[in-house]
Design a protein around this ligand. Structure first.
Ligand code: SF4
Length: 330
């Protein structure tokens, strides 16, 4: 091993020792960890450290959240990785679940024993309709159950309306490549993140959608952005190369690469999060600090099927099996 590699390896040990003792790592340290060779011993030390932190902090408990995608419609924001982008012409017939169907899917998820329910719509979806669906679902799920909104950008007054309708949190992110591979400005995304931070809504953040072209600096920016906006549940997600979307040809990162990013993200979050997710579910990441995955029904921006439970989306049973395989109690 050359002397630089020995020095880096010593530095990795120091950072991981510090993390295990509950100390926060900084951006430079996160960068060094993201530079670890995925075939090296340091990689396994990194995964082990993150795994140990999560097993202790989450008491070896896994979590399954359920997401219902409400509409399968063309979206004017044209994200280059998303099946709904209107320029990609992949959605031929718009489709929207009716209220009864959404409530039924929510109740089915409830019976299957999921922890939290997310409602997802495309960015142009009518806000009043979304509030109405949320408040109706709120009436049929237990008061203590968390209900999370996954929709387009919104301001402070809408954040308050989401709270009033019974939502307890919002999934919102500044995507990797925001403003370049999407038609939404970074500023708009950050304004929404500020509205969430200043409301009572919990923030669900994710470093996504990670592709092979994203640099370590870009990934570190998103890890620390989540922390800056008081993330409650953090996650990582690799980009799925959806056929016929503009980014299809860029390919994807391996689950092994994702597990490294998962471990560094989890370590950087310290004890400030209450769960660590990986999307789509990945066994390697569930051994690298992630303890939370999604079951999905309805539409899905990564799936050309109208109902993702017939395609990429996991059922609750399959999600439970994944947690079990990795030794997470559910
Ligand atoms: S990811 Fe969201 S905002 Fe982007 S095109 Fe798809 S639905 Fe629209």
């Amino acid at each position: 091993m050359d002397s630089n590699k020995v020095k880096d390896s010593q530095r990795v040990s120091e950072i991981l020792n510090k993390a295990i003792l509950g100390e926060k790592i900084n951006r430079e340290e996160a960068k060094l960890l993201l530079n670890i060779d995925i075939h090296s011993k340091d990689m396994y030390r990194l995964l082990s450290c993150s795994n140990e932190l999560s097993r202790k902090q989450f008491n070896n408990r896994g979590e399954i959240y359920a997401q219902i995608g409400i509409n399968n419609s063309l979206c004017s924001k044209n994200c280059d990785f998303c099946v709904f982008g209107e320029k990609h012409k992949l959605i031929l017939d718009s489709l929207e679940l009716d209220r009864d169907d959404i409530l039924k899917r929510g109740k089915d998820f409830l019976k299957a024993d999921v922890e939290e329910i997310f409602l997802m719509v495309t960015a142009d979806y009518d806000f009043e309709n979304f509030l109405d669906i949320g408040s109706r679902l709120r009436e049929v799920i237990p008061k203590k159950m968390k209900l999370v909104a996954n929709l387009g950008d919104f301001d402070m007054s809408r954040a308050r309306e989401l709270e009033k309708a019974g939502f307890t949190g919002a999934y919102h992110i500044c995507r990797l490549g925001e403003g370049q591979s999407t038609e939404i400005s970074k500023e708009e995304r950050l304004d929404t993140l500020s509205a969430i931070k200043n409301s009572k809504l919990d923030l669900y953040y994710c470093v996504e959608p990670i592709g092979p072209e994203h640099t370590i600096d870009e990934i570190v920016d998103e890890i620390f952005r989540g922390l800056e906006y008081d993330v409650s549940v953090m996650a990582v997600m690799r980009r799925i190369p959806v056929p016929n979307t503009p980014l299809e040809n860029r390919g994807q990162i391996s689950e092994l690469e994702l597990s490294k990013i998962c471990a560094v993200t989890r370590i950087a979050c310290g004890d400030s999060i209450r769960a660590m997710g990986v999307h789509e579910p990945s066994l390697l990441s569930l051994m690298s600090g992630a303890n939370q995955i999604y079951a999905e029904k309805g539409c899905n921006p990564r799936d050309t099927r109208e109902n993702t439970s017939e395609g990429r989306g996991f059922s609750v049973d399959r999600a439970k099996r994944f947690l079990w395989e990795c030794g997470w109690k559910y």
